[in-house]
Design a protein. Sequence first.
Length: 119
Amino acid sequence: MQTTTKIIVASAAAMALVAGGSAAFAASQDSLEGPASQSVAQTAPQVTAQQAIELALKEVPGSWVSEVDFDGRGKKTDVWEVKTIKGDVEHELDIDAVSGKLLKQETERADDDDDSDDD
């Protein structure tokens, strides 16, 4: 894939994530009532999607972002799951949504075929 295409794909994914995350967060705030809303508001991610992407790119220099997801884990630490690709290797990084620390990093060979068995 050409560098320009990679940048466009990564930018579009980041914009979609930010827009979707903002809408979901706003919707969840509208449905909350009473003291429970105060505790949820305090646990909102302090690390933004953009910051998580920047941290992931520092961990895997020369890679490009293929996916970013926020994973609210209830009583466990909420994380940003960032997938990057460098060459034919896919890196999945879990970044703490509060502190920005790298919690986990896994690698595997990137699936570059066009079949639809990806989940």
